[in-house]
Write a protein of this length. Structure first.
Length: 134
């Protein structure tokens, strides 16, 4: 029953995050143009980063589940891995100071959050299996 509730919460959060994401994607050219000529072409970066918000939102649901199960150390490990990936990515992307660097970091950010979400899923599955055996 707990897992089915978690799946429902993930679906609801996905849909709630998707609606504003689509609005911002549709308005991204306008939003970027408000920042001036130096941000021309950055709508690709904005849209790429918007994709990571979906995985951030879903990860937040799973993080709450970890906390409710008292699995704070496992959550800390997963967050450490995510943050390490992002820091390494920052150093890789910071070499260039242009749109490509921003896009590289945006892509790495999306990938890091996808990996983080998958790590949380795998860890939770293992936790549920251990709990079922007890």
């Amino acid at each position: 029953q707990h897992e089915s509730m978690l799946k429902k919460m993930l679906l609801i959060n996905f849909l709630c995050a998707l609606a504003p994401l689509l609005i911002v994607v549709l308005l991204s050219n306008f939003i970027v143009s408000m920042y001036g000529s130096t941000f021309v072409g950055m709508n690709v970066v904005l849209n790429t980063l918007l994709l990571s918000t979906i995985f951030m939102c879903l990860s937040n649901v799973l993080q709450s589940d970890f906390i409710s199960l008292g699995k704070n150390w496992e959550l800390l490990l997963a967050r450490f891995l995510r943050d390490a990936i992002l820091l390494i990515a920052l150093f890789i992307a910071i070499k260039d100071n242009n749109v490509d660097a921003a896009l590289k970091f945006a892509i790495i950010n999306v990938v890091a959050y996808i990996i983080y979400f998958l790590i949380l899923c795998v860890l939770l599955k293992g936790i549920y299996k251990r709990m079922a055996r007890e």
